[in-house]
Design a protein around this ligand. Structure first.
Ligand code: ATP
Ligand code: MG
Ligand code: FE
Length: 337
C-alpha cells in the first residue's frame, strides 16, 4: 500500500511487484484551491484528513485486497507542505503499526521519476528531466537509487510559470493543461525570451519569461489592444519547451545515458512530449521514457513504484519517521538498514 499527500492530492494505491497497479485512488482538492489561484496549505491539510481513510477504503476495495495481502507500506515523507505530508505519514505509520508491516520512506521527486516504471523498466545510467509545480531539475542517475542534480531552476518552476501566466489570462488553477490545449491552436508570434538558453550550465530560469508575458499582457490591456490568447499560450509554451529541450540535449552530450526520463506534472504537456521525442529520435543510443500522462501528476502509484525498489533493498524506516518539507533529493537518507 502506498500513500501520497505532499500537496493538494490525497492518494492511496495498491501496487503489485512495483509495476502493476491494482488500484490508484486520487482525491484532488483542485475545486477548493481554485478560487485562491493556488494551493492554500491549511485548506490542503484539512482535506487530507477528511479524505485519507476514504482513500484507504476505496483503494483496498478496488484492488480487492485485505490487510493480510499487504507486504509493506510506502509513503511520501518529503518534500512538500509539512501539514499535508504529516497526514499521509501518520496514516501510513498507523497501517504499518496495526498490521505489522515494514514502513518505506519515499522521496516525492523519486516517486515522480519512478512513475515512468509503469511504461517500462528503467535502464541505467539514466537522466531525468523532472518538471513539476515546485521543481525543474535535471537529475543524473548512474544506477538505481543514486540521484545527482546537475541542473535546476534558479527561480520559478515550469509548472508554477504555467499556473501564473494562466492566471493572468483568467484560467483557473492549475492552468497547465488549458494553456497546453490553447498552445496547440495558436502560433509563436510574440518571441518571448529563452532565459539562460545559451549559458554553459544546466540551470533554468522562468521568472523573466513570466514577467515578459505579464508585461506584454498588461501593456496591451492599457492601450485597449486585444491579444490572441492562443498565440500568447503558444508563444509562452514555445519558450518553455525550447529551453527545456535545449538544456536537456546539452546535458545528454556530457552525460551519455541509456534513457532520458520525463517526469512530473508538466511532463503531461503535449508540446514538450512531442518536441523531446523528435530530439531524442536523433540520438540512437538514448531512448525517451515518459511517465504515462495520467501518472505525471501527484499520485500514490508512483510512490509505490519507487517504494518497491527500496523494499527489495531493505530500506525501511522506524515508526519515528517524520515529514521533511525540504527533503533533499536523495534516495532515502535517514533509513534503517
Ligand atoms: P512538486 O512535485 O514539485 O512537489 P507538485 O506536486 O505540486 O509539485 P505536480 O503535481 O507534479 O506538482 O504538477 C502540477 C503542475 O503541473 C501544475 O503546475 C500544473 O499546471 C502542471 N501541469 C499539469 N499538466 C500540464 C500540462 N499539460 N502542461 C503544462 N503544465 C501542466
Ligand atoms: Mg498537485
Ligand atoms: Fe509532485
Amino acid at each position: 500500500m502506498s500513500f501520497e499527500s505532499s500537496c493538494d492530492e490525497t492518494s492511496v494505491a495498491i501496487i503489485e511487484n512495483g509495476d502493476k497497479i491494482l488500484s490508484n485512488v486520487v482525491a484532488t482538492q483542485i475545486k477548493s484551491h481554485k478560487r485562491f489561484g493556488g494551493v492554500v496549505p491549511e485548506v490542503a491539510s484539512r482535506h487530507h484528513i477528511e479524505e485519507i481513510t476514504i482513500c484507504i477504503r476505496d483503494a483496498m476495495q478496488q484492488a480487492d485486497v485485505t490487510y493480510d495481502d499487504l507486504d509493506a507500506v510506502a509513503v511520501t515523507y518529503g518534500p512538500g507542505l509539512v501539514g499535508a505530508l504529516l497526514i499521509g505519514v501518520t496514516a501510513a505509520k498507523m497501517v504499518a503499526w496495526a498490521h505489522h508491516l515494514p514502513l518505506i520512506p519515499v522521496n516525492h521527486l523519486a516517486g515522480h521519476i519512478y512513475a515512468a516504471r509503469f511504461e517500462k523498466p528503467i535502464q541505467f545510467p539514466a537522466l531525468s528531466l523532472v518538471v513539476s509545480g515546485g521543481h525543474t531539475e535535471l537529475v543524473y542517475m548512474p544506477k538505481e537509487g543514486q540521484f545527482e542534480i546537475i541542473g535546476e531552476t534558479r527561480d520559478d518552476a515550469a509548472g508554477e510559470a504555467y499556473d501564473k501566466v494562466g492566471r493572468v489570462m483568467g484560467i483557473n488553477y492549475p492552468a497547465g493543461p488549458t494553456v497546453d490545449a490553447m498552445a496547440a491552436k495558436g502560433h509563436d508570434t510574440f518571441n518571448f525570451p529563452r532565459a539562460m538558453d545559451k549559458e554553459a550550465n544546466y540551470d533554468f530560469s522562468f521568472s523573466g519569461l513570466k514577467s515578459a508575458f505579464i508585461n506584454t499582457y498588461h501593456h496591451a490591456d492599457q492601450i485597449g489592444e486585444k491579444l490572441n490568447h492562443d498565440d500568447l499560450a503558444a508563444s509562452f509554451q514555445a519558450a518553455v519547451v525550447d529551453v527545456l529541450v535545449d538544456k536537456t540535449m546539452r546535458a545528454l552530450k556530457n552525460y551519455p545515458v541509456n534513457q532520458l526520463i520525463l517526469a512530473g506534472g508538466v511532463a503531461a504537456n503535449n508540446g514538450l512530449r512531442t518536441r523531446l521525442q523528435s530530439a531524442i529520435d536523433k540520438l540512437p543510443q538514448t531512448e525517451l521514457l515518459m511517465a504515462p500522462k495520467k501518472l505525471c501528476g501527484d499520485n500514490a502509484a508512483m510512490i509505490g513504484a519507487a517504494g518497491y525498489v527500496l523494499y527489495k533493498e531493505g530500506h525501511f524506516a522506524g515508526l519515528d519517521l517524520n515529514a521533511d518539507p525540504s527533503l533533499e533529493f536523495e534516495w532515502s537518507p535517514d533509513v534503517e538498514q
